[in-house]
Design a protein around this ligand. Structure first.
Ligand SMILES: [Zn+2]
Length: 282
């Protein structure tokens, strides 16, 4: 299977689905990450911390956009290697983008048509009216690009149409454990990332310039992936919302559901002490 992630910023791929990507890489799936913006302006923690010092390091405090972007790319590549992402494609758009741009839709459609992934992972477009949310803008771009990739005509465009099999949306912060509560708005697919959680910690530790390393890496995984894990009945999970309906030959019940014991899982899924097992490097 080929998995393609499409996110606004360099770290989004790891924070949202780094564990899932590691599991796909481990079973031999190809993983390609497309990053729309350079992320040079957001989460400038490394630089802001330096400005606040009495005697700031001039090279860090005075870094230009090219330096910041290059530094972030280094962080992203190290994280991608840990997770097992085969290829990172960076479009280097400005991360102040707050609108749908037709030429970016075309670029993303061309990338999708060229890569021909089986599935795409991108952010849940939380509130499409809030154009200030760059994650939402990124996903509306992806959805428009999917439509365009599906409308390519070989004799007019020089390339054939392409349809992905499924789109999994991340970062919907809603975790009821059934499909009736909250009008059915929920993550409805979970990937158990417990076997690879150390790699997600290590990958997040790479994003030092935006304060995602160390304490924050552990807090995010304990809280966000811990809560998804509670909903999934495992230590740590990543949650997804499927864009397209699924068709089966018979009614699907997952192996995890068949093996689940609700009266004992509270123990098994609470065992891992992330901070003891993956201490922060000195
Ligand atoms: Zn982001």
């Amino acid at each position: 299977m080929k998995v393609m992630t499409i996110y606004a910023h360099p770290a989004d791929t790891i924070t949202n689905c780094g564990g899932t990507l590691a599991r796909h890489a481990d079973v031999g799936d190809e993983v390609v990450a497309l990053i729309l913006t350079h992320g040079g302006r957001i989460h400038a923690n490394r630089y802001a911390e330096e400005w606040r010092k009495d005697a700031p390091d001039a090279a860090i405090a005075g870094a230009g956009l090219d330096d910041i972007v290059a530094f972030k790319k280094g962080e992203l590549q190290r994280a991608a290697d840990i997770v097992g992402i085969s290829r990172v494609i960076t479009l280097d758009r400005d991360d102040r983008d707050a609108a749908l741009h037709d030429e970016l839709v075309e670029t993303v459609a061309e990338q999708i048509a060229a890569e021909r992934p089986d599935v795409i992972i991108c952010d849940y477009p939380q509130n499409p009216v809030m154009a200030a949310n760059t994650h939402t803008v990124a996903t509306t771009t992806v959805l428009a690009a999917l439509g365009r990739a599906g409308a390519y005509l070989r004799n007019l465009d020089g390339r054939a149409e392409y349809h992905v099999k499924q789109v999994f949306l991340t970062s919907l912060p809603v975790f009821p454990t059934d499909g009736l509560s909250l009008f059915g708005v929920r993550n409805d697919v979970f990937v158990d990332i417990t076997p690879v959680v150390g790699r997600k910690v290590a990958a997040m530790d790479c994003f030092d310039s935006q304060g995602y390393s160390g304490l924050f890496a552990r807090k995010l995984i304990e809280s966000a992936n811990g809560e998804a894990g509670r909903a999934a009945g495992v230590n740590f999970a990543e949650g997804f919302y499927r864009l397209y309906n699924e068709t089966h030959a018979v009614l699907p019940v997952t192996p995890a559901a068949m093996a689940d014991d609700p009266l004992t899982r509270h123990v098994s899924y609470s065992r891992i002490n992330l901070r003891a097992e993956y201490p922060i490097a000195e």
